[in-house]
Write a protein that binds this ligand. Sequence first.
Ligand code: GUN
Length: 281
Amino acid sequence: MATIIDGKKVSSDIKAECKNRADALKEKGIEPALAVILVGDNPASRVYVRNKKKACEEAGIRSISYELPGDTREEDLIELIKKLNDDEKVHGILVQLPLPVGIDEDRVLMAISPDKDVDGFHPVSVGNLSIGRPGFVSCTPAGIIELMRRYDIEMSRKRCVIIGRSNIVGKPMALLMLRENATVTITHSKTKDLPAVCREADILIVAIGKAKYVDSSFVKEGAVVIDVGMDRDENDKLCGDVDFESVSKVAGYITPVPGGVGPMTIAMLLNNTLNSAENCI
Ligand code: GUN
């Protein structure tokens, strides 16, 4: 039976560390602040934004909230971002995705100053990561590395297979695992004989977006299995991309859904915001 990686516990440890860092900054006269922009009324986005704001407050980070109507003009959104770029009291800027149809997401993300890009989505942040320079790293993959570190999981020299090639998870995850000296394979929906490739993995990271897609036939005995999925099963119950029931019998370590990778994303957002504020000292 696999060791279950407790993302909720690790994330709450990180949040407590963030609170200490925020207090130390305040003693130096800096109040760390994150601007959160939500456009439109996507219900899932509303929940995500509410959770991010709550986590900020608990960690002693000021959250400055902008809730804009769905028919906001792209130019007005970019104007707001420019204003926040110039505001030295704001250390991070987050535009919740997806944006309403008609707004060019790339253009909006590129308007955020790379110095305040706490989501790590700006091409400058992505470029820095790819050539090994310091910069903001996308929160979910950064959170996965932190989880493995805190469980003393060796990454160097390991075979890592990633399922999924998105800009937010798969690609930055591969770059981070390379930085940890793993040997990395990125797979996707067109990969031939996916289970056989995955069975080579010492560390299998799954971000394919299909409920319980990965069963024990994908997993080598003792492997570390990280589930980035957030899906609904046939009974509408929250589940991941990994069939926890069968895979937990084979894996060495496994992250549950919920309570695995999910809570780490917000913890890393706080961490990125504080890194940005600490750069102001
Ligand atoms: N929408 C889904 N995930 C994310 C995220 O990590 N950041 C932002 N800004 N929007 C998202």
